[in-house]
Design a protein around this ligand. Structure first.
Ligand SMILES: Nc1nc2c(ncn2[C@@H]2O[C@H](COP(=O)(O)OP(=O)(O)OP(=O)(O)O)[C@@H](O)[C@H]2O)c(=O)[nH]1
Ligand SMILES: [K+]
Ligand SMILES: [Mg+2]
Length: 742
């Protein structure tokens, strides 16, 4: 157990354990902060969406709360066109009333817009003077500013219109140059890749839920042994699927970035001539002097719909000239990194039998590199090509091969055919099978996810707790790909900061009178130990925040606000609560989808909190924060995960209390020592029976609330170091928490 901290000044504490930084996207906190500023800034952005340069029609788009006013100002009319319907309008500069153009305008009220915000589009004539006139007019309107690069998409992401993979797909679609790239990008933009990862994430969530339910409740006989074998089977199946997805030979990445094809061979065989022939322009210098090419010459090509980055390199030989030596070294370097090699040999100087040809290629090309053999200068062979053609058609050890003459162009069709076949093999059909991995960022997180699943297998037999931790890690890595940080990273934040945030939230509620000494222990779950030993130790380590909650606490917590992540920020920016349901009413956060808990929801159980609060506020806030299915127990003296959402338990009876982590001995006997009689009386417990009642509540799978009916005695503080929570006079959770709705 760690040493307790008081809250002032606790900020450095919040800087640790923020999860593994990801190379491309930074640690989760950064996301959290970006999110925060994005939502905090209510400004309206505008930009030309149709690209720059002279064109027939240019589309200028705005997004943000000022879109409505901007459209009114520029059209000079108080009424807006009907939503999502094109309307012809005269567009004028509001400052001078000078007409700028006559064009089409569209009004997209949020949330049914690309960004989810109010958006407007102006389709004006694409001349530079018109476009700059409209942009200037927009820029002069109060609250409007030019968009930063990618800001429309970023807003769409923040508003949940796109996940990260879809946003990446959109970027790829905009930059797609070949058909295959377009197909792949469109698939990704439409969310296929994101859905695949989301499905895996849900599988993991479910497995984790079952496992945790087993850990927490198996003693009560409510969770059967077979749950464990189901979890194992699910994890194994996922591991296999993930492995296959990772073993796709970088197809998606190749297609996205272009296949790196390298032309290599001895000097003067016609490598540069081949490059020029393929790109149909004199990109590289051709000369009869051996050793002409030194630098790598690169061209981008579209070969039968596949993107290729083709490189011409220096002829491979033991050069004496230092410049040529450097050229040869660069050529070898490119060869090592090539996705595909076009090995060029002089047809007049090669053995006309397969073994000799194979050996000649082998001396040039790294083993296992996909390769096409080009026997150039076939025009010099005369009519005698039979033996060579036969050798080319032989197959291994000869790679796919063809005779070619760069001089006459003979054989180019066959070369293109071979090239198309190789590219199709490398990139695959972007429409077939499961969507491909398109970014190294994805492979990296998936690799981490697979590693965590493998560790699950290792821990499973020895310690279920450690095994569950690996599932949690695996899910977190998946969440980072789609940017659903809410699913896990926010939970991490919540694990650390939840209690603090709740306190703050409570302090902001007019009904809340906090005078009690509340101690909050935050149980860290962020360990990512590499080996078993470390893991075992890490598990025991817990960090405790002691929050001496009194009125000044509010101020201290305000100081913390900036340091907290998105989830907490959302809590802090909770909408004011207008109606508090009594604990008997189903909570707004409760399971909605066919009685099952839905992903993206948090299930919270609060027991015996020493102050009162309104569940609807909190649940609404957590919904805002986009938190996922996880239950927490905020208990007097400690905060502990209670049970996970979906399938946590077929709720025949209310879940039992969580395992005690024994913070209790330091707690005061009276949980509400500082509370004024007025506060006790006015606390909104539904039926006014006061704060001492148990406020434990939660939802079972059928959407019924349990606990919190106020009928029982609160569970006593735990004064022992045992694993059980003590209840005064009852053994049911939350102090006699009968199924309140049932
Ligand atoms: N007859 C004939 N000559 C060719 C053909 N292809 C290239 N050549 C000639 O061969 C010579 C060398 O061509 P390059 O394309 O410079 O050869 P390279 O392999 O790039 O040479 P280095 O860059 O020096 O290694 C030039 O004189 C070309 O005109 C061909 O198909 N037939
Ligand atoms: K040459
Ligand atoms: Mg050359």
């Amino acid at each position: 157990m760690g040493v307790g901290h008081t809250l002032a000044p606790p900020l450095p504490h919040f800087g640790v354990c923020m999860g593994t930084p990801t190379p491309n996207y930074g640690p989760p906190r950064r996301w959290a902060q970006q999110r925060l500023c994005c939502t905090a800034r209510g400004d309206t952005i505008f930009a030309v969406s149709s690209g720059h340069g002279r064109c027939g029609v240019a589309v200028i788009r705005t997004s943000g709360p000022g879109s409505r006013g901007a459209l009114r100002s520029l059209t000079g009319r108080p009424e807006l066109p009907p939503p999502r319907v094109l309307a012809l309008r005269r567009i004028r500069d509001p400052a001078t009333a000078e007409p700028l153009d006559r064009g089409l305008v569209v009004w997209f009220p949020g949330p049914q817009s690309f960004t989810g915000e109010d958006c407007a589009e102006l389709h004006v004539h694409g001349g530079p003077a018109v476009v700059s006139g409209v942009l200037r007019a927009l820029g002069r309107l109060p609250g409007l500013r030019p968009a930063e690069p990618g800001e429309f998409t970023r807003r769409a992401f923040h508003r949940g219109k796109l996940d990260l993979t879809a946003a990446e797909g959109l970027g790829d679609l905009i930059h797609a140059e070949t058909e295959a790239q377009r197909r792949q990008a469109l698939r990704q933009m439409e969310g296929e890749l994101g859905r695949l990862y989301q499905r895996w994430s849900e599988t993991l969530t479910q497995a984790l839920a079952h496992l945790e339910a087993y850990i927490d409740f198996s003693e009560d006989d409510n969770v059967e042994e077979e749950v464990l074998s189901q979890v194992d089977a699910a994890v194994r199946a996922l591991e296999q699927e993930l492995g296959a997805h990772l073993q796709d030979g970088r197809r998606g990445e190749l297609l996205r970035g272009g296949v790196r094809a390298v032309i290599a061979g001895p000097p003067n065989v016609g490598k540069s001539s081949l490059l020029n022939l393929l790109c149909r322009r004199p990109a590289a210098i051709v000369s009869p002097v051996a050793g002409t090419t030194r630098d790598v010459v690169e061209v981008s090509l579209n070969v039968t719909g596949y993107p290729v980055v083709l490189s011409d390199t220096a002829g491979l030989r033991n050069a004496t000239d230092p410049v040529e030596r450097e050229g040869v070294s660069r050529a070898r370097d490119r060869l090592q990194r090539a996705d595909l090699v076009l090995a060029v040999l002089d047809a007049t100087a090669v053995p006309a039998e397969p073994a000799g040809l194979g050996a000649a290629v082998g001396s040039l090309v790294p083993p296992a590199a996909p390769c096409i053999l080009v026997l150039n200068k076939a025009d010099l062979l005369g009519g005698d090509t039979g033996a060579l053609r036969a050798a080319c058609a032989r197959g291994p050890p000869v790679p796919p091969a063809t005779l070619l003459s760069c001089k006459t162009g003979d054989g180019i069709d066959r070369l293109l055919e071979l090239l198309g076949q190789q590219l199709a093999q490398l990139c695959g059909d972007p429409l077939a099978g499961s969507p491909s991995l398109t970014q190294s960022r994805h492979s990296q997180h998936l690799g981490d996810c697979a590693a965590a699943l493998a560790r699950y297998g290792r821990h499973r037999a020895r310690d279920l707790g450690l095994a569950a931790e690996q599932l949690r890690l695996a899910r977190r890595h998946l969440g980072r790909i789609t940017g659903h940080v809410g699913a896990e990273d926010v939970l991490d934040i919540i694990f650390r900061d939840f209690c603090v945030a709740v306190l703050h939230l409570l302090l902001q509620q007019p009904e809340v009178r906090v005078g009690a000494c509340v101690r909050v222990a935050v149980h860290h779950e962020e360990h990512q130990p590499q080996d078993d030993e470390e893991l075992d130790e890490g598990r025991e380590e817990e960090d405790v925040l002691h929050v001496e909650a009194a009125v000044p606490l509010g101020h201290r917590l305000l100081g913390l606000q900036a340091e907290l992540g998105h989830g907490v920020a959302a809590l802090l920016h909770a909408p004011p609560c207008s109606a508090h349901p009594t604990p008997r009413q189903p909570l707004s956060m409760g399971p909605r989808r066919g009685g099952a808990c839905s992903p993206g929801r948090v299930y919270i159980a609060l027991f015996n909190i020493s102050f009162c609060w309104a569940p609807s506020c909190l649940s609404g806030c957590l919904g805002l924060a986009g938190l996922s299915q996880r239950s927490f127990c905020l208990q007097e003296g400690y905060c502990s995960r209670l049970l996970t959402g979906r399938g946590a338990k077929r709720s025949r009876s209310p879940p039992p209390p969580p395992r005690c982590r024994c913070w209790g001995s330091a707690l005061p006997r009276d949980p509400l020592p500082g509370l004024t009689p007025h506060a006790r009386k006015s606390a909104p417990c539904g039926d006014g029976r006061g704060l001492r009642r148990v406020l434990g509540w939660g939802m079972d799978e059928g959407g019924r609330s349990w606990g919190g009916d106020g009928g029982g005695t609160p569970p006593h503080r735990c004064s022992c170091r045992c694993r059980e929570l003590q209840h005064a006079g009852t053994d049911s959770p939350a102090g006699g928490g009968k199924d309140a709705a049932g």
